[in-house]
Design a protein around this ligand. Structure first.
Ligand code: KIV
Ligand code: NA
Length: 264
């Protein structure tokens, strides 16, 4: 297995090449993704939805995240592995350090957490301790009960400006990557242009630095298909490996996401 780190994704942003990411929760899919050449695997707390059958990611525990990161890590060859810090596992910087230690020791090379300005101390603290951090703005599923549902974020000008400000301060605090979920394409484009760090979109249009989808969504086996999802399994005539390869190729060619998968 070759050594992979965030610097691979940073080089892709610098060269203008889009990067591909999918979620995975087990060794077999991680192995297929490695063979296909997917740049990055996110072991997302979306496993609550697609593996456990929960309505939200709120019930997912740190023990469960560790288990799935260990599984993915055994099947992975070449992909950067990012592990989600689950619900309420980073409420204070000290708690975040302990959680990050467990996520990294389970086999991740980067941790991901959800939120803006309130996390600056935590991100700074993780960064000086040598932990690369990915943050997540827009629709942050762990806060779905406060947000009032799964809705596009940053549509009004105050909300958009707040997201830009948050993104810049997260970068200044040391964040190495940002996920934007369900954000209007123009806003996501502006954030990706103004930040040096790679910006990865899901429902954020094509003009960001990379794309991520939940595996089960792009295979067309989730109970609900969001607007930003394309069923690559259908387009690949029902072959899983071909579907993952097609996704990778379409991201690199900037043919996914198309406008029909994006929010204006
Ligand atoms: O958990 C997850 O799969 C995620 C992605 C949707 C970005 O956080
Ligand atoms: Na997540």
């Amino acid at each position: 297995m070759k050594f992979t780190s965030i610097s691979h994704i940073e080089k892709l942003k610098a060269s203008g090449e889009k990067f591909s990411c999918l979620t995975a929760y087990d060794a077999s899919f991680a192995n297929v993704m490695s063979e296909v050449g997917i740049d990055m695997i996110l072991v997302g707390d979306s496993l609550g939805n697609v593996v456990q059958g929960q309505k939200t990611t709120v019930p997912v525990t740190l023990e469960q995240m560790e288990y799935h990161i260990e599984c993915v890590s055994r099947g992975n060859e070449n992909c950067l592995i990012v592990g989600d810090m689950p619900y309420m596992s980073y409420s204070t910087p000290e708690e975040a350090y302990d959680t990050a230690r467990r996520i990294m020791q389970a086999g991740a090379q980067m941790v991901k957490l959800e939120g803006g300005a309130w996390l600056l101390d935590t991100i700074q603290g993780l960064t000086v301790r040598g932990i690369p951090v990915c943050t997540h703005l827009g629709l942050t599923p762990q806060s779905v009960d406060a947000l009032g549902g799964f809705k596009v974020q940053g549509r009004d000008s105050d909300g958009a400006q707040a997201m830009i400000d948050d993104a810049k301060s997260l970068e200044a605090a040391g964040a190495r990557m940002l996920v934007l979920e369900c954000v209007p394409s123009d806003l996501a484009k502006q954030i990706a242009q103004e930040l040096t760090i790679p910006v990865m979109g899901i429902g954020a249009g094509v003009d960001v630095d990379g794309q991520v989808l939940v595996l089960h969504d792009m295979l067309g086996i989730s109970s609900f298909q969001a607007k930003f999802v394309r069923n690559f399994m259908a387009d690949a005539k029902g072959n899983i490996k071909d579907a993952i390869k097609l996704y990778h190729d379409e991201v690199k060619a900037e043919r996914f996401p198309a406008s029909e998968h994006s929010f204006e």
